[in-house]
Design a binder for this molecule. Structure first.
Ligand code: GAL
Length: 663
């Protein structure tokens, strides 16, 4: 079944047939005028179709308060249009100019320890500053009115990576806005006191005016205050997005609005699942993080982005052609990785493959960050690879517009569980929410089983199996929803530290895993976190780390799939499954890593009848992603893979990707 029956969302405003877009951030203002013509020529040679323009151009566009200089941008827009290149025009509000911060230092963000983040880098603005908002919107209005009818303009790019550096601001503006947000959420200070459990440590508030952001405190700040501050901070940035979007829609209702999310790695402050409805199409930036699961993490992020977009096509706004500049050691991509990484995004629904940035900077903090056109120039392997990628994307034009095809297995990804499960003063600091979810994803890839990574607010009921790793925050409504789905035939798998608290971070009483206890048919009186040097062996040959639980099995309908062999829980159940109505609910009480999870998978997926869609011999070596009739086969290895078992598929080169058509 192909996802999403809703009407297609808006995409770039342009005529012509469907295609996969190809391009980059373009920063011509970093270069002398004579370079611009070369740029357009080389863009055409590479097959570039679209660029994101003026992202960091505020100081050039408005060199003095209220004084604008658009002449250079007019020229660039015209030049690009003449070259057949479309423009995703930024609102240029990401980095405020020096005159603004000199005149209004009160727009600068403040850390939780009270330090000001000064200008000199970028994104030094408070999401809640009315002064910043006023100046930003003034610029947006100028841009919107000036370029509304420009034929190169195909989309608006609000700000840039909202929250990349300024998600948590503890300033007085933030404090005032936090109080307004809390009033709207709770209505009365009594309700806030209940939600925040302020009877604890004499934290009772008599008035909203007494409430502060969780600034550096003498000891652990109130956990619900921390959770609400995270919700508020994500909302404050979303509010900025909405403010710019509303203005753009007022002046250019026919131009779609997007902003680039950062669904990648440990970037967790922005609840992108909650932002997606605010824009015309989802865009994402992704950078590969080195490590054994680097490739799988890319696939995981692309998959989640595709599901945040409701299965519709989305826009890969940034990734890198080769090395980045912001890791401790910045390694170039290996042969084949550029194309494989790009096409993995396409496989998961991207209809645009763009990079940071077009021409590698000569100076500035990002001069060692790769680009489409490197320091070496067009006579370089990198530029030739980029050009080949452009050709490949043109060949794949028939894929454009196709929606993701839903898998039988879903991995639930919940921002609030991510936030809360990693809070301080918990049974362990070692727990990593996203890593656990990624481990399940890797294990499924290793087993040749396609899965969707989807937000908790997504269409959970559409799946035969749901894996909900560390689903820590379970409000009553979610517990009811999962129970109904399970008894109706769904197969749930959840893990340690799930079902523990409600939406206020209050523990569900009566034994863990609280909200899911009855569904799972187990009861836990005490957690058993493991010290760093400890592990626990299970009788199925796997080894657990980080966590164990003291599980009591509650009824006959619960099967013990694995027991602890060593450690404090020896003899006790480690993995359980309860038959419930037409479905089942399984619990995994320790961190097993991808290999250990792989041992459990047949037993967990068997009852749901889920099997790999690829011939068994390909499972593990090849990732399958499906967009309608288009099957993407992605080589996960550095060796060639013979796809002989699939008619017409041939040999998949090391790190290669092939796309076949299957009705
Ligand atoms: C992104 C940002 C780009 C560039 C890139 C480098 O966070 O949006 O402007 O800095 O990272 O990887």
């Amino acid at each position: 079944m192909t996802q999403s029956n809703e009407t297609t969302r808006r995409w770039l405003r342009r005529a012509g047939s469907a295609r996969l877009e190809f391009g980059a951030d373009y920063n011509p203002d970093q270069w002398p005028r004579e370079v611009w013509d070369d740029d357009v020529r080389a863009m055409r040679a590479a097959g570039v179709t679209v660029v994101s323009l003026a992202i960091f151009s505020w100081a050039r566009l408005e060199p003095r308060d209220g004084v604008y200089d658009f002449a250079w941008l007019d020229e660039v827009m015209d030049l690009l249009h003449a070259g057949g290149i479309a423009v995703d025009l930024a609102t240029a509000t990401a980095s405020p100019p020096p005159w603004l911060t000199r005149k209004h230092p009160e727009i600068l963000p403040v850390t939780r320890t009270g330090e000001t983040l000064w200008p000199g880098g970028r994104q030094h603005w408070r999401p809640t500053s009315p002064v910043f908002r006023e100046h930003a919107l003034r610029l947006v209005r100028e841009l919107a009115t000036r370029y509304a009818d420009h034929p190169a303009l195909v989309a608006w790019h609000v700000n840039n990576e909202l929250g990349c550096h300024n998600v948590y601001d503890f300033s007085d503006d933030a404090a005032a806005a936090f109080r307004r947000w809390l009033r709207a959420r709770y209505g009365t200070v009594e309700a806030l006191n209940r939600a925040w459990a302020t009877a604890f440590w004499a934290q009772r508030y008599d008035d909203f005016e007494e409430v502060l952001p969780p600034r550096l405190a003498a000891s652990y700040p109130n956990p619900t205050q921390q959770l609400d501050f995270k919700r508020f901070s994500s909302d404050a940035l979303k509010d900025h997005l909405i403010a710019e979007r509303d203005l753009l829609r007022r002046f250019t209702p026919d131009v779609p609005v997007t902003t680039n999310f950062m669904v990648m790695g440990e970037t967790k402050g922005m609840n992108f699942a909650d932002w997606a409805a605010e824009i015309d199409f989802v865009s994402n930036d992704h950078y590969v993080l080195p490590g054994p699961q680097a490739r799988d993490e890319l696939s995981f992020s692309a998959n989640l982005t595709g599901n945040i977009a409701g299965g519709r096509p989305w826009f890969l706004m940034e990734h890198s052609t080769s090395a980045v500049n912001w890791q401790p050691v910045n390694v170039a991509k290996k042969p084949g990785e550029l194309e494989r990484d790009s096409l993995t995004h396409v496989a998961h629904g991207a209809d645009a493959v763009c990079f940071f940035q077009w021409r590698q900077s000569r100076a500035g903090a990002e001069k060692y960050h790769s680009a489409m056109l490197p320091h070496a120039g067009t006579d370089s392997d990198l530029f030739r690879n980029v050009t080949r990628l452009g050709e490949r994307l043109r060949e794949l034009a028939p894929v454009a517009g196709s929606h993701r095809t839903r898998a039988a297995v879903g991995i639930v990804f919940d921002w609030e569980s991510w936030w809360v499960s990693e809070h301080d003063s918990h049974p362990t600091e070692r727990l990593r929410y996203r890593q656990e979810a990624l481990d399940w994803y890797t294990a499924l890839l290793d087993a040749g089983i396609r899965a969707d990574v989807l937000p908790a607010g997504g269409p959970l009921e559409e799946y035969r199996v749901l894996i909900a790793p560390i689903l820590h925050v379970v409000p009553a409504a979610l517990a009811d929803r999962l129970r109904d789905w399970v008894t109706g035939g769904g197969h749930l798998v959840t893990t340690y530290f799930s079902g523990i608290v409600d939406e206020n971070d209050h523990v569900w009483l009566g034994g863990y895993p609280g909200a899911l206890r009855e569904l799972l048919g187990i009861r836990i009186e005490e957690f058993g976190p493991l010290l760093d040097h400890e592990s626990a062996e299970l009788d199925n040959g796997t080894t657990g780390t980080i966590w164990t639980d003291r599980i009591d099995v509650a009824g006959d309908d619960v099967e013990v799939l694995a027991r602890y062999k060593t450690g404090d829980q020896a003899e006790r159940a480690a993995v359980t499954r309860r038959r419930a109505g037409a479905g089942s609910a399984a619990y995994v009480s320790t961190r097993l890593g991808p290999e250990g999870i792989g041992v459990l998978l047949p037993g967990l997926l068997g009852p749901a009848g889920v099997r790999g869609e690829l011939p068994a011999e390909l499972g593990g070596r090849v990732e399958l992603a499906v967009r309608g009739e288009h099957w993407f086969l992605i080589n996960r290895t550095d060796e060639p893979v013979d796809l002989g078992a699939l008619p017409g598929a041939g040999i998949l080169p090391p790190r290669g990707v092939t796309v076949i058509s299957r009705e």
